[in-house]
Design a protein around this ligand. Structure first.
Ligand code: PMV
Length: 325
């Protein structure tokens, strides 16, 4: 009863922002992402009869408290699904992602955990069921089950049975680059869970956000099919700005941006004005991801590196979905 799985993070081009059900993690809107090959988590789950509780190690460190509880509560769902309520496990995760700084380590983390645990406990291998299960650990993680361009269908059912990810195009459909510009490894101040809740409950811009999604989705899917970089980049950047605008209209208002975040945004706009097609997107943290095509690799890297406050740049290509090691 042991299995090891690997999963990559993903970057949303159309953001998931707001839940309609907090416990099942059902989103208010569809979202669309690109799985990234540069950041991943490898997790081994080993169910042992001798255990009376789960033991969770992250990067070889025993984890206790809230983080342990989140993993264990997620394994409860898997035990229940497998009809093995008393099966406890050793969980060893290695994260190749800078955690909690706007890099979605929870996405690769929960996708790898769900895949390894499902296989170890003997649940049938089924990507759709895995995506539904993964969603209940962390919403954006349900998209990391698949490689390439992935849409998370919000679904309509109250039980979440139709809220899962589907692949729009595989990783080898389009050779794009995403530079993750690391500004700070500080823990983020407003976690995505809390930020979404406050926004849904109080932001006067929230309904406009939800209403804007269907048009963005239709246009970006056409852009991906046609490999129209300008179109995809423009929609992704505008969608990101609209998501962040909802936080400014929340009560109390908040923002994930720091001064260097704004400096990078300005740099990307300047690159465009000089004829270098590049677009930015930002999740629930200060770091920026810059989207571009391979021929501009050197210009983009050199320009971003020179922005004061930039600590590191990690470049990804489109990545694969969950795999078993
Ligand atoms: O799934 P969570 O709780 O990590 O939320 C992710 C939310 C964003 O990263 C801001 C957007 C997204 O779709 O990934």
């Amino acid at each position: 009863m042991k299995a090891t799985a690997k999963a990559h993070t993903n970057i949303a081009l159309i953001k998931y922002w707001g839940k309609r059900d907090e416990s099942l993690i059902l989103p208010m809107n569809n979202s669309l992402s690109l799985t990234l090959d540069g950041f991943y988590t490898t997790t081994t789950v080993d169910f042992q009869d001798s255990l009376t509780a789960d033991q969770f190690y992250l990067n070889d460190r025993l984890v206790e408290g809230a983080e342990h509880h989140r993993v264990s509560a997620f394994l409860d769902r898997i035990r229940k699904a497998a009809g093995r309520p008393d099966a406890f496990a050793y969980v060893h995760s290695t994260n190749h992602v800078p955690t909690a700084a706007g890099f979605a380590s929870s996405a690769s983390g929960f996708a790898a955990l769900a895949a390894a645990a499902s296989r170890a406990i003997g649940l049938p291998d089924n990507a759709q069921a895995l995506s539904i299960l993964t969603r209940q650990g962390s919403g954006s993680a349900c998209r990391s089950v698949y490689g390439g361009f992935v849409e998370w269908e919000k679904g309509a059912e109250a039980d979440g049975s139709d809220s899962y990810a589907i692949q729009i195009a595989p990783a080898d459909h389009w050779d794009l680059r995403v530079a993750a510009v690391v500004l700070s490894s500080d823990e983020k101040k407003v976690l995505s869970r809390e930020g979404m809740k406050r926004t849904v409950e109080t932001s006067t811009f929230y309904s406009a956000w939800v209403e804007s999604i269907p048009d963005d989705l239709e246009a970006i899917k056409a852009g991906i099919a046609e490999k129209d970089f300008e179109k995809v980049g423009e929609i992704a950047e505008a969608n990101c700005l609209r998501m962040h605008a909802t936080t400014l209209a929340a009560n109390p208002p908040f923002s994930y941006w720091q001064s260097t975040t704004l400096a990078i945004m300005e740099t990307v706009r300047k690159l465009r004005s000089e004829g270098v097609p590049a677009f930015f997107t930002i999740d629930a943290g200060p770091n920026v991801k810059v989207l571009y095509t391979p021929e501009h690799e050197e210009t983009i890297r050199n320009t971003l590196q020179d922005v004061p406050g930039v600590h590191d740049i990690k470049v990804s290509r489109p990545g694969q979905g969950v795999s078993y090691v």
